[in-house]
Ligand binder design. Sequence first.
Ligand code: HEM
Length: 134
Amino acid sequence: MTTSRWPHAFFAAAATYAMIGVCWGLTMSITQNHATYSAHAHLNLLGWVSLALMGAFYALLGQNVPNWVKLTNFTLSNVGVICMISGLFMYLGQVGPVSIYGPLLAVGGLCTVAGFLLFGVTVITSLVRKPAAA
Ligand code: HEM
């Protein structure tokens, strides 16, 4: 049993994105307007699925990962989701100028990739540092 609150924080963020994502999907279904489906899909997969998987890793296998790594992963991944999905929504829904959604997509994409790279390196190094018991 872990005492770290970081897995809980990852799951709380993931559940928030899931609530928004499924309401978004339902709205598309009801209105028959699927213009923003790609942003909905990315919100569900980057926000809900990916953050929940990261939280599960930190809860089950990553208890020894330093807090600054979890904080940085959490910050990068959440800033990435929020900026990228906002930018995608504006672009696909044609509700804003490129001067706003362009930087949002750039920052969101870079932060999302950086979050995945940090998570990937963390998973691999934790395997190397902590050999299996059997
Ligand atoms: C009540 C829940 C949900 C509803 C009502 C819903 C509804 C929709 C709708 C209407 C589309 C547009 C389909 C199209 O135009 O081709 C869509 C696309 C998509 N959704 Fe959802 N969605 C829900 C939950 C989820 C969840 C939980 C995920 C992933 C974890 C997800 C992933 C996707 C993906 C990947 C696409 C793109 C599929 C494609 O390329 O056509 N959705 N969804």
